[in-house]
Design a binder for this molecule. Structure first.
Ligand code: ADP
Ligand code: ZN
Length: 616
């Protein structure tokens, strides 16, 4: 009996591998995809934490194709469902979705397809899923599994809380036999436990893969002239690539996008204040066209699986390391070199501290927010490896030095700034702890502003005692002492002293400050460097991809990723059989696109051969 069961399971397992090869065109599972799939096939609940780009979707898409019935995927990303479903259809998979964008007719068509067993995957918005009508519909058909994507949305402490996610425990009550898989890219231990508890997972297997994204270079730079710094960064490293730029306010989003556009970049704004049609258009252009830069508030990007986003830039400080990691994680899903760049200065620190103090949330929540912001600030200020700090924050061991962050490539010096810190602290004290940074710097530099006259601050003992440093050096000092908690910010943005600075003022503590360095990083090639002699073939392949993407109305990466094109250059397939061995070429894509690419390759090789004949 047992051997019969084992036999059946291993048959199903080899089916999973066969689907990976035939449908997706990949040779083998990445860890821990194989194990996750095993658990689901055995009917077990699973929690999967994998970094962005790790390959979470295959963990439920493959069981969806192997197991009988339809797999229901819960996702909060309504705006993306259509694209996700289109990409699956492009692979020959029978998929559809239910959300508020469907018309009644469309809904009935999906319902009919479900009832007659014509779907393997169904994406559903959470608010729609928990409605009695949907639950009743689902209880009439065989369900293979439930996948709960972006599962951290159940956490009220997290940064993307969705109230509908709290009702998802109903799945366990209504469908006790159906295995469930929860997936997320961000979760500390607390969130992890909350996911298990709120979703009521049962006897779950937990898979946590490393958080490292080795292809992302982390760079944090002192904010000086942020726009100009950003422009230099883009021009030097990614003049022809897709990227995302995050700003805190809608106004700044609009003005930054307009400014970049005036510099000749294809830059588009995106924020919640724009109408939904325009937002959709912007997202579509970002997905479908090459080298679109989107300037956005955090509303943009969640779940967008565009593989070739080369940089994510922050012009304002994120509220927590979790947000930073998630937002920067949208770069480089394809594994090619990418950069997470941020400009950060004292005003960021003041603004975020001020926002927390002003918020009317309860004290417990504020306490958590302060802690998260402090961790984020600590991360910005460290002089050791950023990657190590990031991974340690998520509870992971990491080597001392990664060689791919600003701290490793261009180490920052430290200097003994005790004397200057004391001047800054006493300036705050002498002006009665009622002023913001700009004014404090003016006082230290002995300036003659209206405000100084109004409050007679020429009279205080710290007036003009800071002229040996310039404005940006002073701002750097204020930033560092605020970030490290010697100084705090009230709801009006005024700096005040904390307990912690007592020893410094008494001369009992020395403070070593970071000397902010001008950023001069060596950029890495954006795509595995295409050899010069292959340049023409590369361009021809890209043109072919563009033609096919327009013909089939899909983004070019849905036709093939850059990595598959690079494979074509390396292997130069001459027939369908050779073509089918390329990574990323499954049965459907082989039939749909193979012939055209093979022809392009053959034509190009012939051209080169002719050219070689002539030159002999
Ligand atoms: P996530 O949802 O974790 O961010 P995806 O599921 O979008 O990641 O996968 C990221 C990329 O990796 C996709 O382009 C996907 O096709 C590719 N990928 C996933 N699994 C494999 C595999 N076993 N072999 C090769 N490529 C894979
Ligand atoms: Zn490093």
């Amino acid at each position: 009996m047992i051997s019969v069961v084992v036999g059946i399971i291993s048959a199903v397992k080899s089916k999973a591998l066969e689907v990976l090869n035939r449908v997706f065109g990949y040779q083998e599972f990445r860890p821990p995809q194989g194990e996750v799939i095993d658990c689901l096939l055995n009917g077990q609940d699973v929690l999967v934490l994998m970094p962005t780009g790790g390959g979470k979707s295959l963990c439920y898409q493959i069981p969806a194709l192997v197991m009988p019935g339809v797999a229901v995927v819960v996702s909060p990303l309504i705006a993306l469902m259509q694209d996700q479903v289109n990409a699956l259809k492009g692979l020959g998979i029978r998929a559809s979705f239910i959300n508020s964008t469907l018309s009644t007719d469309e809904y009935f068509a999906v319902k009919a397809a479900l009832m007659s067993g014509q779907l393997d995957l169904l994406y559903v918005a959470p608010e729609r899923l928990v409605q009695p009508a949907t639950l009743n519909l689902l209880s009439q058909i065989p369900i293979s599994l439930f996948a709960i994507d972006e599962a951290h949305c159940v956490s009220q402490w997290g940064h993307n809380f969705r109230v509908d996610y709290l009702q998802l425990n109903i799945l366990r009550q209504r469908f006790p036999q159906v295995p469930r898989i929860a997936l997320t890219a961000t979760a500390d231990e607390t969130t992890r436990q909350e996911i298990v508890r709120q979703l009521d997972l049962n006897n779950e297997a937990v898979f946590v893969s490393g958080f490292d994204r080795p292809n992302i270079q982390y760079v944090i730079t002192e904010k000086n002239k942020p726009r100009q710094q950003l422009l230099n960064f883009i021009k030097r490293n990614y003049p022809n690539s897709a990227g995302i730029i995050y700003c805190l306010s809608r106004k700044k989003v609009d003005s930054t996008a307009a400014w970049l556009a005036s510099k000749g970049f294809l830059a588009l704004p995106y924020h919640a204040g724009m109408d939904s049609e325009l937002r959709k258009q912007t997202q579509d252009r970002f997905l479908n066209e090459e080298k679109v830069i989107v300037v956005a508030t955090i509303a943009f990007g969640m779940g967008i699986d565009k593989p070739d986003v080369r940089f994510v830039a922050h012009l304002d400080l994120p509220k927590s390391i979790e947000s930073y990691y998630q937002e920067t994680g949208r770069a480089g899903r394809d594994g090619n070199p990418s950069t997470a760049w941020m400009a950060y200065g004292i005003q960021d620190v003041v603004l975020l501290r001020q926002l927390i103090e002003k918020s009317n949330g309860n004290e417990q929540i504020r306490h958590v927010e302060r802690f998260k912001l402090d961790s984020m600030l600590g991360f910005c200020e460290i002089t050791s490896c950023r990657r190590q700090a990031l991974l340690n924050y998520f509870g992971e061991e990491a080597p001392e030095s990664c060689g791919n962050c600003d701290a490793c490539i261009n180490p920052a010096d430290t200097w003994n700034g005790t004397e200057w810190v004391r001047k800054a602290l006493s300036c705050i004290y002498r002006t009665e702890q009622k002023f913001g940074v700009n004014h404090l710097v003016d006082v230290l530099l002995g300036r003659d502003t209206d405000k100084i006259k109004k409050f007679s601050h020429q009279q205080v003992s710290t007036y003009g005692i800071g002229i040996d440093l310039d404005e940006s050096q002073w701002r750097s000092i204020f930033r560092q002492i605020t970030a490290r908690g010697y100084v705090d910010v009230n709801e009006h943005g005024a700096l005040f002293l904390t307990e912690k600075c007592r020893d410094v003022l008494k001369g009992e503590e020395q403070i070593h400050l970071r000397r902010d360095v001008v950023e001069k990083l060596t950029s890495k090639p954006t795509v595995k460097q295409v050899e010069l002699e292959d340049r023409d073939l590369w361009m021809a392949l890209k043109a072919c991809r563009k033609r096919l993407s327009e013909l089939h109305s899909v983004p070019s990466f849905v036709v093939f990723h850059d990595s598959t094109l690079l494979d074509m250059i390396e292997i130069q397939p001459r027939n369908m059989q050779e073509f089918s061995r390329l990574s990323g070429v499954g049965q459907t894509k082989l039939e749909k696109y193979g012939a055209e690419f093979i022809e392009v390759i053959a034509r190009q090789l012939k051209k080169e051969a002719l050219a070689a004949d002539f030159s002999e």
